[in-house]
Ligand binder design. Structure first.
Ligand SMILES: [Zn+2]
Ligand SMILES: [Zn+2]
Length: 306
């Protein structure tokens, strides 16, 4: 077991890792996007405008919008190549240099023989970024596509904009295929906010760090020291022998998922500290935890490798 980041020093910082502005197809300026997220109680965002020629390959410098209670990570949504279905890749690079080299992606249509998704993901990771496969369901990517992105740190398993706008917002199925193939990936919930529909403030990450700086947040993201949420809080997860102990905000259901069909579920009233037996998950290489509140809002732990 790695160190339990829930019990280390620091606090949880709430952030949105997927957002657009007028630098691509969003409707608000970068400054106003930052203002609204801070006003809504976020500690940080990554502005991830579409990195295509149509918008002059934007990597927006959001550092002027940082203050003593809010920070930003420089990023972009990277597009290139084609997935097996012929559509462009959408890959989040969070923590990119401002001079990251563009691929040949003049617009949202794929260019024959352009750089692969695997290659741009690796370049982003090598440049220091936290790399995520965006909205797998909406993209229509298949398992082979997902496997090819060997540089990925995480899969976007909840994209609130896709939930709101096309009901294709979840990515658990492809993530679990990759986990079952022994790929140690984490998971993120995001907004993918463009602010042209009610696509904002619905999915976020809670990152444990000792300070709210881009460097500390990025290091914690890469280390998997975070969880994802649409509402509930996860306060601690401890494994003691064949038992998992979960501390959280008031929950109606707590589920532990593992490989194949293995799972353990507890329904109850306003549960804030529970123990679940891992007996039915014995032999699973990984487990993960879902907390559901009375309103149906969910929070998700990263996979824990056993
Ligand atoms: Zn996208
Ligand atoms: Zn996007």
């Amino acid at each position: 077991m790695p160190t339990n980041f829930f019990s280390t020093a620091g606090k949880f910082h709430r952030g949105n890792l997927h957002t657009h502005s007028t630098r691509s197809d969003g409707v608000l300026s970068p400054e106003e996007v930052c203002r609204r997220y801070q006003a809504e109680g976020y500690d940080f965002i990554a502005l991830t405008d579409h990195f295509v020629g149509l918008f002059d390959y934007p990597i927006t410098d959001t550092s002027p919008f940082r203050n003593d209670r809010f920070t930003t990570i420089i990023g972009a949504e990277l597009h290139t190549g084609a997935m097996e279905n012929g559509y462009l890749w959408h890959i989040l690079g969070i923590g990119l240099p401002l001079d990251f080299t563009p691929p040949d992606a003049p617009n949202f249509r794929s260019v024959k023989d352009s750089e692969s998704g695997a290659s741009i993901a690796q370049r982003a990771r090598d440049a220091g970024a936290f790399v995520c496969i965006a909205h797998p369901h909406w993209s229509g990517l298949n398992e082979a596509d997902a496997r090819s992105i060997t540089a990925a740190h995480a899969v976007e398993i909840y994209n609130y904009g896709c939930v709101v706008d096309n009901d294709r917002g979840e990515g658990f199925f492809i993530l679990e295929h990759l986990l079952n193939g022994d790929r140690h990936l984490n998971l993120i919930a995001t907004d993918d906010a463009h602010f042209n529909t009610p696509d904002h403030f619905g999915g976020w990450v809670m990152v444990k760090a000792t300070e709210n700086t881009p460097e500390a947040l990025l290091a914690a993201l890469k280390a998997g020291e975070f969880y994802s949420s649409t509402g509930p809080e996860i306060k601690d997860i401890r494994i003691a022998g064949d038992t998992i102990e979960v501390d959280c905000s008031a929950a109606a259901t707590i589920i532990v998922q593992g490989q194949g069909t293995s799972m353990a579920t507890l329904h109850g009233n306003s549960m804030t500290a529970v123990n679940l037996s891992l007996e039915r998950l014995s032999g699973s290489a990984w487990i993960r935890v879902t907390v559901v509140d009375r309103a149906g809002k969910r929070a998700w732990s990263n996979p824990i490798w056993m």
